[in-house]
Write a protein that binds this ligand. Structure first.
Ligand SMILES: *[C@@H]1O[C@H](CO)[C@@H](O)[C@H](O)[C@H]1NC(C)=O
Ligand SMILES: [Zn+2]
Length: 278
């Protein structure tokens, strides 16, 4: 048997990939027949530190230019009448657990099977044993050690000045959401912190506004956009990642995360598709 028979050509793979995406889309759209869609745009973490600051994507493996999402998002805000627009910001205290430079503050809390403090490097994953806020038990927390970023009140934590900030109107609600402000808990998702200890107000606001569809753009595809989208699906919204409105940390990881999202019934679309979906 020739090993060639197991080979999937690039074009076959492309059609398989397209087929999966269209299937996911059909499934999502079937979920709510005959109903007017109420549409929210979630704009995730379009902050200086991820664009040209301490955690700039252009210095990450992807070498993505984070600012490229801004014209795409501004065009969506101009061309499409969303019922709800939400802006999120990573918003950390200076002693935050996710900062590599703060490792010494918690080195006594490293789990036995964690890499020891003196071997942990930037972007490594540390395992901490922290007091569980809900029970008396210790909780294992796997934490990537990032460079310090998005420190509260700093320039790096501000939304990029070129990002269009829309005002609330009679027809449009606007939500501003800060996340990651508990010093011991990181929060990639705009819905929940990473340990799912504390829910943000996002879900209750979207429910209050009767939102049915959530479109997600921003930074970074494989981290905060991914986590936000997973929780959006979990909370019952038809969820769309607007791929050209997102940039990420690592190409391989982006591919894996997008596949994971497709398997969770999230659709991956382009910004030009949005007008046909609302
Ligand atoms: C949401 O739906 C409820 C029930 O249909 C309605 O009473 C309420 O006014 C709606 N809220 C908004 C903000 O449209
Ligand atoms: Zn952060």
């Amino acid at each position: 048997v020739e090993s060639k028979s197991f080979y999937i050509s690039r074009s076959d793979y492309f059609f398989l990939f397209l087929h999966n995406r269209i299937n996911a889309l059909a499934k999502i759209r079937r979920a709510r027949p005959g109903q007017r869609f109420i549409n929210a745009l979630l704009i995730v973490d379009v902050q200086y530190d991820f664009i040209d600051g301490s955690l700039a994507l252009k210095n990450c493996p992807s070498q993505h230019q984070g600012e490229q999402v801004i014209p795409v998002i501004n065009r969506l805000l101009t061309d499409i009448q969303f019922d709800v627009v939400a802006y999120t910001q990573d918003w950390h205290p200076s002693d935050h657990i996710s900062f590599y430079g703060n490792l010494h503050l918690r080195s006594h809390l490293l789990a036995d099977d964690s890499k020891p403090a003196d071997e942990l490097k930037l972007f490594d994953t540390a395992v901490f044993l922290l007091d569980d806020k809900k029970s008396m038990k210790k909780e294992r927390v796997e934490q990537i050690l990032w460079p310090a970023h998005c420190v509260q009140q700093s320039h790096g934590a501000e939304l990029h000045r070129d990002l269009m900030i829309v005002k609330p109107t009679r027809k449009r609600k606007v939500i501003n959401l800060l996340k990651g402000f508990d010093k011991d808990i990181d929060s990639y998702s705009a819905f929940w912190d990473n340990q799912k200890v504390r829910e943000t107000l996002l879900n209750s606001k979207l429910k209050e506004y009767n939102v049915t569809q959530v479109f997600i753009v921003g930074l970074a595809t494989d981290v905060c956009v991914f986590s936000t989208a997973m929780h959006s699906v979990e909370n019952g919204y038809s969820t769309f990642i607007v791929e050209d409105g997102c940039r990420g940390v690592d190409e391989t990881n982006i591919g894996l995360r997008l596949d994971e999202l497709i398997n969770s019934d999230c659709a991956i679309i382009q910004s030009t598709d949005v007008k046909d979906l609302i």
